[in-house]
Design a protein around this ligand. Structure first.
Ligand code: HEM
Length: 356
C-alpha cells in the first residue's frame, strides 16, 4: 500500500491564514530528550512564556540597524572568497561562498572561532534531511546523531573565549529562567543552523538564476538599484524554505481544507509564492515586479528573525558579483538536493574572471 500523501496547503491566502492560526503549532520531528524543545517553542508546541524573552532579545540583536554593522565583515569575507575564485578561474558557489559565508557571519555573531566550519556542512545536511517531508526513520536517526555531534562541537567552542554580545544576551535570558547550559548550546546550534542552512540557498539560488538568465544578469550589472528587488524576486521565485510543518491542536478548516486534530499539515510557501491569484504571471522571474509580498520568511509569531541579515548577505554578494555574472559560465546549474522542504543546490560550478 502506498503511503498517504501528506496534507498540504498551497494557496497564498490559505498559507498566510495558517501561518497566523494559533491552533496550528510547529511540528518537531526530531525530539531528543531535553533538547527536544524548538528554539522558540515549549514542549507542547505552543508559544511559551519562557521563550518570549529569548525571541525579544534575538530580535534586538538581529534588527536591521544592528546587522548593518556587520556590512564590513561581510564585504571583506565575500571579497576575499571572490578574489580567490577569480584568481583560479572559478568556484563551486555552494562550497566556496554560499555555505561558508553565512556560517562565518553567524560565527561572528555568536563568537565562534573561524575554523572547522566545513565539517558542519554534512551535519547540517543530515539535520535538513531528518526534518524533511516524509523523512524516513533512518534519516531522522542520522539527523539526531548529526545534532548530537554538532552540539559536542559547539558547546566547547562557545565557552572558549569571551562571550559575544549576542551570546551574553542568550546566557542572561537562560540564567533568568534557570535554563541548563545544554539548552543554551542547543539554542545556539539551532541559530547557527537557521541562519546558515537557508541563507546558503538564497545566495546560491540568486547566482544560479542570474547565470541562467544572461539578460537579467546584464540588467543587474548596468543598474545597481535592481539588487534589492532582485533579492525579493529570488525569495519569491526560488525561496530557500519551500514549506513548513504544523500540527493541528483541534479540528479546523483553512480555506476549504479540513485539518483534523493531531494531523500534520505542510504550509507550502513556495507554492503560495507562485499563486496566480496573488502574483500576476507567477512563473516569470521578474526583476521589476512592482508588488512582492512573498512568504519566503514565513509570517506571524514565528516570522524569521534573520530576514534582514540574510538580505544583507545576499546584497553584498550580488554587489560584488554583478559585473562578473553576465560573462560567467556554468557547466552544471542543475544539481539539486532531493530534500523537499528546501530549495537547495548541492553544487553550482561557475567559471569567473575579474570584471571590476
Ligand atoms: C534566506 C534566508 C532565510 C530564510 C528563507 C528563512 C526562512 C525562515 C522561515 C520560513 C521561518 C519560519 C518557520 C516557521 O514558521 O515554522 C524562519 C524562522 C526563523 N529564522 Fe529564518 N530564514 C532565513 C535566514 C535566517 C537567518 C540568517 C537567521 C538567524 C540569524 C534566521 C533565524 C530564524 C529564527 C530564529 C527563526 C524562528 C523564529 C521563531 O520561531 O520565533 N533565519 N526562517
Amino acid at each position: 500500500m502506498k503511503p498517504e500523501a501528506p496534507l498540504t496547503l498551497v494557496r497564498y491566502q490559505d498559507v498566510r491564514e495558517a501561518l497566523y492560526d494559533p491552533r496550528l503549532v510547529i511540528h518537531k520531528p526530531l525530539a531528543v530528550g531535553q533538547t527536544a524543545n524548538h528554539l522558540v517553542d515549549d514542549a507542547t508546541g505552543q508559544r511559551s512564556h519562557r521563550v518570549r524573552p529569548l525571541r525579544r532579545s534575538l530580535a534586538q540583536h538581529l534588527a536591521p540597524r544592528r546587522v548593518e554593522h556587520l556590512t564590513d565583515f561581510i564585504e571583506s569575507t565575500v571579497d576575499s572568497i571572490v578574489t580567490e575564485a577569480e584568481s583560479v578561474g572559478g568556484m563551486d558557489v555552494v562550497r566556496d561562498l554560499a555555505f561558508p559565508l553565512p556560517v562565518a557571519v553567524m560565527g561572528e555573531l555568536l563568537g565562534l572561532p573561524r575554523k572547522d566550519h566545513a565539517q558542519l556542512r554534512p551535519l547540517f545536511e543530515a539535520i535538513t534531511r531528518g526534518h524533511d517531508m516524509g523523512a524516513t526513520e533512518q534519516a531522522r536517526q542520522h539527523a539526531r546523531f548529526a545534532q548530537t555531534a554538532a552540539m559536542r562541537w559547539i558547546g566547547p567552542e562557545l565557552r572558549r573565549g569571551r562571550p559575544s554580545p549576542m551570546l551574553k544576551a542568550i546566557l542572561s535570558v537562560a540564567d533568568a529562567d534557570g535554563i541548563e547550559p545544554q539548552m543554551v548550546d542547543y539554542w545556539c546550534l539551532m541559530l547557527l543552523y537557521a541562519g546558515s542552512a537557508t541563507t546558503r540557498d538564497l545566495i546560491a539560488n540568486a547566482v544560479g538564476l542570474l547565470l541562467e538568465r544572461p539578460t537579467d544578469a546584464r540588467r543587474l550589472a548596468d543598474d545597481e538599484a535592481l539588487i534589492l528587488p532582485a533579492i525579493e524576486e529570488v525569495l519569491r521565485f526560488d525561496g530557500p524554505v519551500r514549506g513548513v510543518g504544523r500540527v493541528a491542536t483541534e479540528d479546523l478548516v483553512i480555506g476549504e481544507t479540513p485539518i483534523p486534530q493531531g494531523d500534520l499539515v505542510y504550509l507550502m510557501l513556495a507554492d503560495a509564492n507562485r499563486d496566480p491569484e496573488q502574483f500576476p504571471d507567477p512563473d516569470s522571474f521578474d526583476l521589476t515586479r512592482s508588488s512582492n509580498p512573498h512568504l519566503a520568511f514565513g509570517m506571524g509569531v514565528t516570522h524569521c528573525l534573520g530576514a534582514q541579515l540574510a538580505r544583507l548577505e545576499a546584497r553584498v554578494v550580488l554587489a560584488r558579483l554583478r559585473k562578473a555574472l553576465p560573462l560567467a559560465t556554468t557547466p552544471d546549474a542543475d544539481d539539486w538536493s532531493p530534500v523537499r522542504l528546501l530549495r537547495q543546490r548541492n553544487t553550482l560550478t561557475v567559471a569567473l574572471s575579474d570584471q571590476r
